[in-house]
Design a protein around this ligand. Structure first.
Ligand code: UD1
Length: 421
């Protein structure tokens, strides 16, 4: 890829398969019947979740962007390591399996390229609901006679822990109250899906969730939410490459903080009836950013913000508060001529006028997107390797950028070998 003309045109966001759809596929195990999920844009991690559900005995059919999961058969409540090591979201089967079968055996995911990623909050919450958990020989062994409602106070509004509690509590006996719950739009979408299945959940989108357990759930039909992270990625691409784009299919409310920051950087973003219009104005200004749970500035956007401010006017301090090791991509960005130094959770980004194209290696999905964007502001060719990380969460990001006028070519199909995030 190489830098070129400013971006222009209109594009529609994909379905949020990685952060929402995969969780709903796992939650479909709660109901013995056929669940239909629509708007399931085919990213690489979807293949892994399909294989995992099939390995447990569920039937999965895919037609275009529709996925049907038949969880009617008696399932084997076990998630093997070969799937979990490729994708951490495999952990999302733990709550549903425990709620439906009273037992589950799920390979324990390790840390990954963005942090140590513990599961203590998942475990504490399930134990408060009456489950017994052990980690033995690399597997989480969970069992319970019956799950009961509990008061769960999360230490941090973890997305994953909130999902685990929700998917266990919907079939538990009695009321579960989750305090300090995650408020991400993906959690709201999961609550909408579970409610359609017959669950009783109050407070979706707020910090307190109240779930009244029901005896059974029924398989349902759901169209998953548009991908706010892909939308934000395209807006940062517009910031870095310049131009004028329209991104449809995502409400401004799902991107409020990032839109404010882009505004301070000099990108004029306005809400349209079905999305957002962005116009980049010269010069791009540096702004300080700190990542926080929703509605704060999402950690997924941090690498994109760093890449963008690498070529902005001034110096920015970027603080990563969510994951403990998310700056691995900075070394690659610096190989492209950026001036970024990191210390623990902080990065100091000193803007330079241009980057210079170089071969770079991707370490995780959003880091890969950030390097792609950096290539839009670099002189000469940028060659990116290990792009399979990018394919895990984006469906053809190079093609999307190319459709908006960027000079990006896929030289070789990505292959996937590594443990995933
Ligand atoms: C999900 C998203 C990820 C997003 C993140 C935002 C998917 C596939 N991934 O990841 O894109 O950036 O939410 O928060 O949807 N933690 C603990 N103990 C726990 C659980 C979490 O210490 O029991 C820590 C993690 O190590 C991390 C922080 O809490 O530092 C946030 O994790 P969490 O919100 O759970 O993120 P994920 O669900 O893994």
């Amino acid at each position: 890829m190489r830098s070129g003309a400013p971006l222009s045109g209109t594009t529609r966001v994909s379905g949020m398969t990685k952060n929402a759809g995969l969780k709903q596929m796992a939650a479909s195990l709660l109901a013995p019947g056929v669940t239909t999920l629509r708007n399931m844009t085919p990213v690489a991690d979807l293949d892994v979740m399909v294989e995992l559900l099939e390995a447990m005995g569920a039937g999965v059919e895919r037609r275009g962007e529709e996925v049907r999961i038949d969880a009617g058969a008696e399932l084997t409540p076990e998630a093997p390591y070969e799937h979990v090591r490729r994708m951490r979201a495999s952990i999302n089967v733990l709550g549903p399996l425990l709620a439906r079968y009273g037992r589950a055996r799920v390979a324990m995911p390790g840390g990954d390229n963005i942090g140590s990623r513990k599961l203590d909050m998942h475990f504490d919450a399930l134990e408060a609901m009456g489950a017994e958990l052990d980690v033995r020989h690399g597997f989480i062994e969970a069992r319970c006679n019956a799950l009961g409602g509990a008061r769960v106070v999360l230490e941090f509004p973890s997305v994953g822990a909130t999902e685990t509690v929700l998917t266990a509590a919907v079939l538990a006996k009695g009321e579960t109250v989750v305090e300090n719950a995650a408020r991400e739009p993906e959690i709201v979408d999961l609550c909408t899906f579970l409610t359609k299945m017959g669950a009783s959940i109050e407070g979706a989108g707020s910090s307190t969730l109240v779930i009244e357990g029901v005896a059974n759930l029924t398989a349902t039909d759901h169209t998953i939410v548009g991908d706010r992270i892909e939308a934000g990625t395209l807006l940062f691409a517009c910031a870095i490459a310049g131009g004028d784009i329209v991104v449809e299919g995502v409400p401004a409310a799902n991107l409020e903080t990032v839109l404010r920051k882009l505004g301070e950087m000099g990108v004029v973003v306005t809400a349209t009836p079905d999305g957002l219009a962005a116009r980049a104005v010269d010069p791009l200004m540096s702004v300080d950013v700190q990542t926080l749970p929703f509605p704060g500035f999402a950690t997924d956007f941090m690498p994109l913000a760093v890449a963008t401010m690498a070529v902005a006017h001034g110096t920015a301090i970027v603080t990563e508060n969510v994951f403990d090791n998310r700056f691995a991509f900075v070394g690659e960005l610096n190989r492209m001529g950026a001036d970024v130094s990191t210390e623990g959770r902080h990065a100091v980004v000193r803007g330079v006028p241009r980057l210079s194209g170089a071969p770079v290696r991707v370490s995780d999905v959003r880091a890969g997107a950030a390097l792609l964007l950096a290539g839009l502001a670099a002189d000469g060719d940028t060659t990116i390797v290990d792009t399979y990380h990018v394919e895990r969460g984006y469906a053809d990001l190079p093609g999307r950028l190319r459709a908006l006028g960027a000079d990006v070519t896929r030289v070789r199909e990505p292959t996937r070998e590594d443990p995933g995030a």
